[in-house]
Design a protein around this ligand. Structure first.
Ligand code: PLP
Length: 427
């Protein structure tokens, strides 16, 4: 089982200090990603946009192709051979995710389209059960739009209010301020595990304990957490945990909502249709058991199987060493970028993960991204779906290099060389 840092303080320490980085063979890992060997604009591709979506190892692509070539049929309702095989594969993927998150039961794993859909599901079911007129939903200032807008919609519908816990200038969540905002009207806390714009790793265990001490359930946006830090839902004791397949080396169109069994049982369904029912008449419908109650219609079987393959692939690596590799690369990148005159890193929380966000002189981030692209270096620029966070930091946008398990020091060097070109062109 993976270890989770036990954080007595707000600052999270580096997870993997004790592991020698050379235990991880990055070149071997890269061979599983044919796309990393392709040229882009006549240059070697340097892919530094994994927070947007990761590349997929060939094992994932092959698992999905195998499913379509050999096992494709609709699940759950068929008595024929292929339907049985497809159902086994789909439910096998659910069990694979259960193991990855260390959830107690496979029925606590709901397949959805991605983190966005998972968070909407919770807002529109659990949220509607809990939140009424005058109540409050507590979030943090570093949330992605998908962990803001569904709650805003819920609050508008219910006559409730969004309350926001602040961060400091480094991007560290102020836990005492968070605690002060948990009051008798707080019905729910939504928090990201890892910030996509800053890389801050929130001390979830401590946050969950604070909230639970006041009877407040916690919904975790794990889109950037699951790929980069241990996500053990029993250890965290969170009520819900959401993540996307495509950010963890799996396919698009598949994601996961983990929910504690007692919550999922109590929640109403949110979409109606096939598979989520036990019986239907024009007078009355009885719903299926969890998790099927939340999976109306034909699910994304190939996506789930691809996600299962991605988790198999990931967990077959020496995980501690892989995390150490990402940490080491982040430290290397932080150091390298800090040496560039006129460049300011945005998000400097201790123990952060996988993200190097920055502003550079007064050069527009889109210009930075465009020049880097000509060098084959793919980064993301903009507000990163975190406009309230950008407002808090007093900037419109950043340039963001984000790391995956396959990145190398050489690629950080290419980023730095590209940034020197940017300076020559604009500064
Ligand atoms: N939350 C965070 C922190 C993210 O980084 C993202 C995607 O960038 C999301 C939520 C939304 O994920 P998806 O678009 O896969 O639903």
């Amino acid at each position: 089982m993976r270890v989770h840092p036990s954080p007595p303080e707000a600052d999270v320490v580096t997870l993997h200090e004790s592991v020698p980085p050379d235990a991880f063979d990055v070149e071997r890992v890269r061979r599983d990603f044919p796309i990393l060997a392709r040229p882009v604009r006549g240059k070697k591709l340097v892919y530094l946009d994994s927070a947007a979506t990761t590349q997929k190892p060939r094992q994932v692509v092959e698992a999905m192709a195998r499913y379509f070539d050999q096992e494709n049929a609709n699940v759950h309702r068929g008595v024929h051979f292929l339907s049985e095989r497809a159902t086994e594969a789909y439910e096998g993927a659910r069990e694979r995710v259960r193991k990855f998150l260390n959830a107690r039961h496979a029925s606590e794993i709901v397949f959805v389209r991605g983190t966005t859909e998972a968070l909407n599901l919770v807002a529109f079911t659990f949220g509607r059960l809990r939140v009424g007129v005058g109540d409050e939903v507590l979030l943090t200032a570093m949330e992605h739009h998908s962990n803001i807008v569904p709650w805003q919609m819920l609050c508008a519908d219910r006559g409730a209010k969004l309350v926001v816990a602040p961060i400091d200038d480094r991007g560290v969540l102020l836990l005492d301020e968070l605690e002060k905002r948990i009051g008798p009207r707080t019905k729910l806390l939504g928090v990201t595990h890892v910030s996509n714009a800053l890389g801050t790793v929130n001390p979830l265990k401590q946050i969950v304990a604070l909230a639970h001490a006041r009877g407040v359930p916690v919904v975790v946006d794990g889109a950037q957490g699951a790929p980069h830090v241990p996500a053990d839902v029993r250890d965290l004791d969170c009520d819900f945990y959401a993540f996307s397949g495509h950010k963890i080396y799996g396919p698009t169109g598949i994601g996961v909502l983990y929910g504690k069994a007692e919550h999922l049982e109590a929640m109403p369904p949110w979409q109606g249709g096939g598979d989520m029912i036990l019986s239907v008449s024009f007078e009355k419908t009885t719903y299926n058991r969890v998790p099927y109650k939340f999976e109306a219609g034909t699910p994304n079987m190939a996506g789930a199987i691809g996600l299962g393959a991605a988790l198999d692939w990931l967990e077959a690596l020496p995980r501690e060493a892989a995390w150490a590799h990402e940490d080491e690369l982040l430290a290397y990148g932080t150091e390298a970028l800090s040496r560039i005159r006129g460049l300011r890193l945005v998000g400097t929380a201790p123990g952060k993960a996988a993200v190097l966000s920055f502003v550079f002189e007064d050069i527009h981030p889109h210009d930075i991204g465009t020049v880097l692209d000509r060098e084959g270096v793919a980064i993301r620029t903009g507000h990163h779906c975190a406009q309230p966070l950008m407002q808090r930091l007093g900037i419109a946008a950043t340039a963001r290099a984000s790391l995956g398990i396959y990145n190398t020091r050489g690629e950080i060097d290419a980023l730095v060389a590209g940034l020197e070109k940017v300076r020559r062109m604009f500064a």
